[in-house]
Design a protein around this ligand. Structure first.
Ligand SMILES: Cc1ncc(COP(=O)(O)O)c(C=O)c1O
Length: 386
């Protein structure tokens, strides 16, 4: 059967392909250590699981739910935004819970892009922005994030591009995969740029609590709600990636526009899960400090591993990964990642999957126990020649 044209040029997600290869290698007894994927291995807070359990035992919580999410969850998101980001959001009109922030990216593309409309996407950046723009019929215009520019958008270069068809501008800080922190001045420039060009900024903010002492929201900038919406997620901040809980925040008009699409896609989220997510949002600094202590120790091991591979990297990175430049001896990050995989049975992510500006980089996830990092280091020490 011929697939629809919208899928032309959209390949299978790199990880889904690579995981099949890793499965094959494991069947051959290789026992691959996967340092690729950013799925938190630590559990959510026990109180969160308790709420899910207790609520699920009730007889009257199993039906379809409100398309706009439970009022309790929306209120919890509003309180969370106020407490951590200092942003005022109306819980009834400016918050839309999502089944993970990834689906929000598709909803936004489907809501705003007509055939041929364009979106600015970061290179390197989360591949979903690119694929979803294409699936929605849009065209991607890359803006490069360069190490020498602290991985911030270069507005001078972007201003010189043909922006006439651009409706959306995807931005993500703390940035994945580069680990770059947000910069208040750049956020202000972004809002000014969006106003000047009548472009909607989509800020994707799932990493603000990981190894980052000061969570920042783009919506904190004066006038941001006029031109920006923000995606957020419990996947990384609360170790709930499999639960699929995210949120879209923004002006009531934007929320209603996106809801017009989304309410045709799904029929709400399981209520006990929403109530448990609301509980997670009340967790305090202690929770984040405990989780970050573990990531900090792991990051030290990752630095050690990267030293063995003769990669260079910044120690100021935040988020769930470490981004590192490969030694000049390798053609690209794919070549290095494949050598490490086949020689040492350790999988790391080639930076090129995030766009060609990432070709000379690799990315290592912090989602693994210290013992696994130690084993990976041992394997690389013993079996890797560079
Ligand atoms: C930059 C970025 N945005 C969004 C997501 C999706 O997160 P969620 O689990 O909320 O769908 C990810 C997940 O890896 C990500 O790296």
């Amino acid at each position: 059967m011929e697939v629809a044209k919208r899928l032309h040029g959209v390949g299978e997600y790199y990880f889904s392909q690579k995981l099949r290869e890793i499965d094959e290698l494991n069947k051959q007894g290789k026992n691959i250590i996967n340092l690729g994927i950013g799925s938190p291995d630590l559990p959510p807070h026990p109180d969160v699981v308790k709420v899910l359990h207790e609520e699920a035992l009730k007889p009257n919580v199993h039906g379809y739910q409100n398309y706009k999410g439970s009022p309790l969850l929306r209120k919890a998101f509003a309180d969370w935004y106020q407490k951590w980001y200092g942003v005022d959001l109306n819980a009834d009109t400016e918050i839309l819970p999502l089944i993970g922030s990834k689906e929000g990216i598709m909803h936004i593309c489907m809501t705003y892009l007509n055939e041929g409309d364009a979106a600015l996407v970061p290179n390197p950046g989360y591949p979903t922005y690119r694929s979803n723009v294409v699936i929605a019929g849009g065209v991607c215009i890359d803006y490069d994030l360069k190490e020498e520019n602290n991985y911030q958008p270069d507005f001078e270069t972007i201003e010189k591009m043909d922006l006439s068809k651009v409706k959306l501008f995807f931005v993500n800080y703390p940035q994945m995969p580069t680990g770059q922190q947000p910069d208040k001045k750049v956020f202000e420039q972004l809002i000014a740029f969006a106003k000047k060009h009548n472009i909607l900024i989509v800020h994707d903010n799932p990493y603000s609590f990981i190894l980052n002492d000061e969570p920042v929201s783009l919506l904190r900038v004066d006038g941001a709600k006029e031109v920006a919406i923000e995606l957020n997620s419990l996947s990384k901040s609360h170790n709930m990636a499999g639960w699929r809980v995210g949120v879209l925040c923004g002006a009531a008009e934007r929320i209603n526009e996106v809801l017009r699409f989304k309410s045709n896609m799904d029929s709400g989220m399981f209520l006990p899960l929403q109530l448990a997510a609301a509980k997670a949002l009340t967790l305090g600094k202690d929770w984040h400090d405990d989780v970050n202590k573990i990531y900090k120790a792991r990051r030290e091991k990752v630095f050690e591993l990267l030293d063995l591979l003769k990669c260079s990297y910044s120690k100021n990175q935040v988020g769930l990964f470490v981004w590192a430049k490969i030694p000049a001896a390798y053609k690209d990050g794919y070549a290095l990642a494949d050598e490490v995989l086949y020689q040492s049975n350790v999988f790391i992510t080639p930076g090129g999957i995030f766009g060609n500006a990432g070709n000379n980089y690799i990315r290592i996830s912090l989602c693994g126990s210290i013992e696994r990092f130690e084993e990976a280091i041992k394997r690389i020490k013993n079996n890797f020649k560079n």
